[in-house]
Design a protein around this ligand. Sequence first.
Ligand code: AHR
Length: 514
Amino acid sequence: MISRRKFAATLAAAPFLLRGQTRDLKARIRIDAERVIGTIDPKIYGNFTEHLGRCIQGGIFEEGSPLADASGYRRDVIEAVRNLHVGLLRWPGGNFSSNYHWLDGIGPRDQRPKRLDMAWQSIEDNRFGTHEFLNYVEMLGIEPYVCANFGTGAWTEAQQWVEYCNLAEGTAMTDLRRKNGREKPWKVTYWGLGNEMDGPWQMGHRSAEDYGKFALEGAKLMKWTDPNVKLIAAGSSDFATRERWTEWNRTVLTHLNGHADFLSLHTYVGDSDNDYLSFIANSIDLTDRIRTTEGIIRSVVEPQSRRPIYIAFDEWNVWYRERGAGKEEGRRILEEIYDLQDALVVATMLNTFVNNAHIVKIANMAQLVNVIAPIFTNEKGLFLQTIYYPLQLFAANVKGTALEVFVDSPSYATKRFDKVPYLDVSAALDQGKVVVNVVNRHPEQEIEAEIEPQDGRFAGQIEVAVVNGSGLKVHNGFDSQNVKTANSVETVSGSKVVHRFAPHSFTQIRATLG
Ligand code: AHR
């Protein structure tokens, strides 16, 4: 934290930090191909589909729509999802999962029961269930992640869900799956041991101690059913105080060490104060949470353990405008329309996951369609929100190993942070190709940066992709694509590249190291 006096002093000592000034801003970015942070797991480019508003119904699934295929999947959404390169898809919630009884969602669609969904105060018709979800991800080649009901659900229910999805034959559950039209198991690897169980808003909320004990017994049954499953324990949600958050995570890990493979964390950020420079600095807080959680994991899990525990940021995004609403307000809830500054924040969050690739192995942008999502539909078509573009660029190109980068950038101070560099950077190396991701946080000024590989030279052409728009608050719509990716190619050779990063932009530079 920075005091008021220190804040004023920082501004006085560094006049180039003030808005409206036009002194040239310069930076240096150094990349060392041997300084590896870790392997980038493609599952950090995941998304999330919850039975919530129009995410599934009216989003990925719309029976009877001229835009849907014979199974009810929206064809236009399929194409947008394919182009997003989704690495992992979480389902069925979220808060919804804490009272979801999966047996309601199998068998002939017309015979499935309608249930009250108390999480989002609506009626769940169960026409989209296990088969519809798993067939969808199979068709798209996406890894599924199923979050089991550890709220009102029983251990057996979670265990039998694994059995239904993953075992080949020979039990009542596998017979039932076959009777419902699916011969082969889907083999779902990633299973959640509940969602945000620390929150009083959660159906079946428990104390950390009670949840830890309960989840352990469920975890044992699930692994004894299929030893290949990977389990994600419910860590603390974003809403707890720092103290409660660390305490919850430590207690839960103590119970689940040796059984859970991931600890789930959630984070939603927003600009309710209309203070862009603070909003765009949020990734500093995200980095701090990751490091703190890593420390907690290290304090519980033996070094060199054969059963490491990684972080799963299985819900993250910008979300502050649209909240849940009552039944009477219809199904259009949490339909956030994103602007350019949200897209830049998303890019800084992705930079943070890459910069912590050794410990963050799963991340799911919440969600996929309509509900706080990169894809937005109506009954006639869809448009791509601003946040679609940075996620797409990362998922398509930022692979291989994450590299440590040295960044010497002008910076500014906020009420919360002493020093926020204007340039936020990550880098990756994959088969001789280096990708550098740069957000210029400055709202008004471009920054000229030298990008220099520590050893080696840039050779041939570099590809430059830029996400930007005419102002921080511009957004996209059905008739306007104000923010999107602009691609160009430049020829370079030599030991460094000089690039001028436009104000309020995200730039991805892809180059070959000679
Ligand atoms: O993504 C929307 C909601 O946010 C999820 O259901 C819940 O887990 C979180 O609080």
